[in-house]
Design a protein around this ligand. Structure first.
Ligand SMILES: [Zn+2]
Ligand SMILES: [Zn+2]
Length: 326
């Protein structure tokens, strides 16, 4: 490619399923946008769905990041350390008029839909998407803001009561972040997983955890179960564990098909509830006020140049969060 005259940056891109580190033109902030220098970015399972073509997208990958605003045409954010919300709504369609911004009919989403992502030296984002990171929150913590925000939303959108027991199924990154977040919000959390090592990352929080094969409760009647595995067996367990008239929060966006009997949902009058993104401001407050022991979730950090290796490491079963530093 020829970028004569244009400044060039490095980025991890996907083009028709082919992933590579390449040089691209440095993005220019459009109207109402700022330019951000990425300090640290995280890999997420959604990135693999983009690569696999389950989410159709060509461009720069990645949506979890922390960075510094290096060019704000209006000046107010310049020099600030920020994290950014993923969704860019049009503020114009019927859903936006209805305040359903993340269901906007013309939505863009960084690293996923019509907007380059954060696995690059720089990205641009609208000013409204940005949140200033409190000083006491490190980059290594702030990079988790997006998944923590998504976990905050579970409690907020379905009005969960702190007195109710919540069982989380799945000890992957997602489940372990949901557990930390609901713990910080004061909920009574337990977790079922398959990997003792991953469950052990919750030890400093004193949470009750069980290995799936050792969990023997017959009629547990748990009021709220969070399904964070994306697997058919996880959803089956959720239906088995939840109390009649209880809630199952379906948290994964894995594009897998489930072949299973759903009669239990009707018989026990269970609510199966979907949940996706959440509010950044409370997530940053939680991070500033609590120790989430997120260091225990970081498996390894790679340079942007070594992104292909980072993707490989993230696919390992034993791995949790993989970070990339441009
Ligand atoms: Zn993600
Ligand atoms: Zn809209």
């Amino acid at each position: 490619m020829n970028y004569k005259g244009a400044a060039i940056i490095k980025a991890l891109t996907v083009t028709d399923g082919e992933v590579k580190v390449q040089n691209i033109a440095k993005p220019e902030p459009a109207k109402n946008e700022v330019l951000i220098k990425v300090s640290l970015a995280g890999l997420c399972n959604t990135d693999f769905e983009v690569i696999a073509g389950m989410i159709e997208f060509n461009g720069v990958l990645g949506h979890e990041f922390v960075g510094e605003v290096v060019n704000d045409p209006e000046g107010e954010l310049e020099g600030k350390r920020v994290v950014g919300e993923i969704n860019i709504p049009c503020y114009n369609c019927s859903r936006c008029e209805n305040n359903q911004y993340r269901h906007c009919k013309n939505i863009k989403a960084i690293g996923m839909r019509d907007k380059d992502g954060a696995l690059a030296e720089y990205l641009t984002l609208p000013r409204e998407n940005l949140h200033i990171v409190p000083e006491t929150v490190t980059d290594e913590e702030a990079v988790f803001t997006e998944p923590i925000a998504a976990a905050v939303e579970i409690a907020e959108q379905y009005h969960l009561k702190p007195s109710e027991k919540i069982m989380i199924i799945g000890d992957g990154k997602l489940g372990l972040i949901i557990a930390r977040t609901l713990w910080a919000l004061g909920f009574n959390i337990e977790m079922i997983g398959r990997h003792q090592k991953k469950l052990d990352t919750l030890k400093p929080l004193n949470l009750k955890t069980y290995l799936e094969k050792l969990y023997t409760e017959k009629e547990p009647d748990i009021p709220v179960v969070v399904e964070a595995t994306g697997s058919t067996s996880g959803l089956k367990s959720a239906i088995d564990l939840v109390a009649p008239e209880g809630k199952i929060i379906y948290k994964t966006t894995t594009a897998k098909n489930h072949d299973m009997n759903l009669a239990g949902l009707a018989i026990n009058e269970i609510q199966l509830l979907g949940s996706r993104c959440g509010p950044f401001e409370p997530a940053l407050n939680l991070l500033a006020r609590n120790n989430f022991y997120l260091d225990k979730l970081i498996t390894e950090e790679f340079k942007l140049d070594d992104s292909l290796e980072a993707l490989k490491a993230a696919r390992e079963k034993s791995s949790l969060k993989i970070l990339i530093r441009p």
